[in-house]
Design a protein around this ligand. Structure first.
Ligand code: ATP
Ligand code: MG
Length: 452
């Protein structure tokens, strides 16, 4: 069994398999880690499939924790590694959204319920034996994505497999088995039935795992998946821009996604959504006759918010995404004053500054018409932003040398008036940082109050 001998497992994996074997059970390494090893890629965590029931698995090892008890998965800790051990199971009922599973199956049955042949290979790390009943190794070698069994049935059982297919194809740069691709097209509309949470998790996984995420997203677009899940992005395709852009809005957005690092999957979501305001705002420029998109960032922020809500992102992420889309056109000219830079930081929010820089760079690089290097004004602007942040000048109310208590002690009534005075003081300090001293601010506050 040459293929199996070539693979390298971990110490923990061997310990788990040997322990289960010694207790009279079958135990195999399965799933993504086997696939990744066969591709000579560093595998993630190892998964083991066994005929032992979860209770047996728990009693066979000193350190275990339940992972998904309803799915029969037990986490086994060996040294500082976790191996997930799952009891062989078959799907007894599926409805396109989830599966009901039953234990008591064989290895072959367990492999048969897996989605793609490349994910349905089992390996025995002790003997080197490989079980590959669906020809997954051949498909891996040919670089081919194919479902286990009848593709129509497999997509109908769980429409998430459609999104998984685009992810695996992009991640490993696979070609489509023709039958698999045709069935996928036939069932693409089924993705409408998936919960927002599952779509969100799958989108984030796609962004975290695929450097060229655009390949997966282009598949979403061609198959009609995008129109079902992110219609505001789908309508960006075919929307031609202006003399500054070679690509239509949709193609440009996908290129911008690729320009954000996979380590920042949420920022890639923002990149995907950054121009969704363009289709509804497109107009002919009265002077140049070229296309313009007036206030597309404003309209886009509202559309992005809706999309993020639909995909059940957290309140914080929704606010962050909305804000970044809203400010993505906010760039300062080279002649901006230091005070203008500080006002800009206040508008953007310190915590968003570097995210916005990444979006600005990606937006630039995601446009074929432009040069490789970011433009000097952009780099210079962020250099000044960095310098302004280092100065530690006040950029928000909490940076002021006085606070609300000082104003109340001064005799002001508690209430919204306090915040308004602090805001006005901050505006003054942003213009003139040397004002940020307790005595000066109290003096200013007195005249502010007198002015009200
Ligand atoms: P990753 O590197 O993303 O973890 P993976 O292949 O390990 O990739 P998981 O989602 O961790 O993917 O699932 C582990 C295994 O379980 C897969 O390799 C596959 O065999 C099976 N599997 C997961 N989700 C499904 C599904 N929706 N339908 C059928 N089989 C699935
Ligand atoms: Mg996995």
């Amino acid at each position: 069994m040459e293929t199996g001998d070539r693979l390298v497992g971990s110490e923990a994996l061997r310990t788990v398999v040997e322990t289960l074997r010694a207790a009279g059970h079958q135990a195999w390494a399965v799933g993504g880690a086997v696939r990744d090893s066969l591709l000579d890629r560093t595998p993630g965590d190892w998964d083991v499939a066994t005929d032992a029931r979860p209770e047996r698995v728990r009693s066979a090892f000193p350190r275990t924790h339940p992972v998904g008890v309803e799915h029969g998965t037990v986490g086994v800790r060996v040294e500082d590694e976790t191996v997930e051990v799952t009891t062989f199971r078959t799907d007894v009922a599926t409805d396109g959204r989830h599966a009901e599973v039953a234990f008591g199956a064989s290895l072959d049955e367990d492999l048969a319920r897996r989605d793609f042949t490349i994910n349905a290979i089992a390996w025995d790390p002790v003997t080197g034996e490989v079980a590959d009943p669906f020809g997954g190794i051949d498909d891996l070698e040919a670089g081919r994505l194919r479902t286990v069994g009848d593709p129509d049935r497999r997509f109908r059982e769980d429409y998430l497999r459609i999104l998984r297919a685009f992810r695996f194809a992009a991640r490993f740069d696979l070609e489509w088995d023709a039958g698999t691709r045709q069935a996928l097209e036939r069932h693409a509309r089924g993705v409408s039935r998936l919960s927002g949470e599952r779509v969100r998790d799958e989108l984030l996984k796609t962004f975290a795992q695929c450097r060229s995420a655009s390949k997966a997203l282009a598949g979403w677009q061609e198959s009609g998946v995008m129109a079902r899940l992110l219609p505001e992005v789908a309508v960006c395709f075919g929307i031609e821009q202006n003399r500054w852009h070679t690509d239509d809005v949709g193609t440009h957005s996908l290129m911008v996604v690729d320009q954000v690092h996979p380590r920042r999957p949420f920022l890639r979501v923002v990149a995907l959504l950054h121009d969704v305001g363009k289709p509804p705002t497109r107009a002919v420029h009265p002077k140049t006759g070229d296309w313009t998109f007036p206030e597309h960032e404003k309209v886009g922020a509202a559309l992005a918010e809706q999309a993020l809500e639909r995909l059940r992102f957290s309140k914080r992420e929704i606010a962050r995404g909305r804000h970044l889309v809203r400010v993505h056109m906010d760039l300062l000219p080279p002649e901006a004053s230091d005070a203008a830079i500080r006002r800009w930081i206040r508008r953007i929010g310190e915590e968003h500054v570097w995210d916005l820089y990444r979006i600005h760079l990606a937006d630039w690089w995601g446009n074929r018409k432009r040069a490789e290097n970011p433009p000097d004004p952009l780099v210079e602007m962020y250099r000044r932003v960095r310098a302004a942040l280092r100065e530690e000048h006040a950029l928000k109310v909490t940076h002021l040398a006085i606070d609300g208590h000082d104003l109340i002690e001064m005799g002001m009534q508690p209430g919204p008036g306090i915040g308004q005075v602090l805001d006005r003081l901050l505006e003054r300090v942003i213009e003139e940082p040397t004002l940020n001293r307790r005595d000066r601010l109290l003096q200013l506050a007195r005249s502010e109050r007198a002015a009200v």
